[in-house]
Design a protein around this ligand. Structure first.
Ligand code: ADP
Length: 276
């Protein structure tokens, strides 16, 4: 079983010819609503890779929660441990202009209120793998890592977005999954982590541990959109945890490649807000 603790968002992506300036209104070309948030994206990816997955997180009481959870259920993820909290569901407002540049406003909403209750702690302790990212409070990430460590659950951390972390966290982590930039930003911390898995975009991925370094090249695909490739990779890697590094890297690369072949973080998107 893989337990994923993290964020879930409603993403709204609008496309317009050019960005509005302050005080201006422009007419957009299209709008797409989809389920986002690194936690939810990685949970869906782990389920698609064949793992039994429990997602732990929170949505608001604004109606968006049910809409973002539905595709997670469809992906086969257990959402029994998702809490409803007062206030908005996490929300990302993305605007893309004619040149493909984007602006993003993220409102953490319910994600900022994720804490662990006894049931969550039991689910983490019972899991084989705990997969974490950094879009929920660092104190909750640390608490979960310590519970997992004490219970013998493997702790996998995708330290994204890079932010200040409680020092004790690194001692409770078995593996980190980083991209090239994150690896550079965290170089002085990663020396303490037994397994460092680095994604290398079109060059595949690398696994460094005490027993050496394994590199696997990427699957060749026609790239549509690289959004979400890292999350697909992380979810699939968690699902493959326990298999030899080369096998796990191959499966994770396959998931990453599949993600870059689709537009958006999640392929189950719709341009109609009520049919999600
Ligand atoms: P991030 O999107 O988090 O920066 P990467 O760009 O390193 O992460 O991509 C994550 C993984 O997705 C890679 O390790 C690889 O498996 C896959 N991937 C990314 N870009 C490509 C590509 N152009 N062709 C094939 N696979 C890719």
């Amino acid at each position: 079983t893989v337990a994923v603790l993290g964020s879930i968002n409603l993403d709204a992506v609008t496309v317009c010819e050019r960005f509005p300036t302050a005080g201006e209104t422009v007419i957009g070309r299209s709008v797409t609503f989809s389920r986002g948030g690194k936690g939810a994206n990685q949970a869906a990816a782990a389920a698609r890779a064949g793992a039994t997955v429990t997602f732990i997180g929170a949505v608001g009481d604004d109606g968006a929660g049910e809409r973002v959870l539905a595709p997670l259920v469809a992906a086969g993820v257990d959402i029994a441990r998702v809490r409803r909290v007062p206030g908005p569901t996490g929300f990302a407002c993305v605007t893309v202009d004619g040149a493909g540049e984007n602006t993003i406003v993220v409102v953490p909403g319910a994600n900022a209120a994720v804490t662990l209750d006894d049931g969550d702690c039991a689910a983490i302790a019972a899991a084989d793998v705990l997969l974490l990212q950094l879009e929920i409070p660092p104190a909750t990430v640390l608490a979960a890592a310590r519970i997992a460590r004490a219970a013998g659950t493997a702790v996998l951390l995708n330290p994204s977005p890079v932010r200040e972390l409680p020092d004790g966290l690194w001692a409770a982590v078995d593996a980190v999954i980083v991209n090239h930039e994150e690896e550079r930003a965290l170089a002085d911390r990663l020396g303490r982590v037994p397994h460092v898995i680095t994604t290398l975009g079109a060059d595949g991925a690398r696994w460094r541990s005490g027993s050496g370094t394994v590199t696997e090249s990427a699957v060749r695909v026609a790239v549509v959109d690289t959004t979400g490739a890292g999350d697909a990779f992380a979810g699939a890697l968690a699902a493959a945890w326990g298999t030899p590094p080369r096998t796990a890297l191959r499966q994770a690369n396959a998931a990453g490649a599949e993600a870059v072949g689709f537009a958006g973080a999640e392929r189950h998107t719709t341009t109609h807000p009520t049919s999600m």
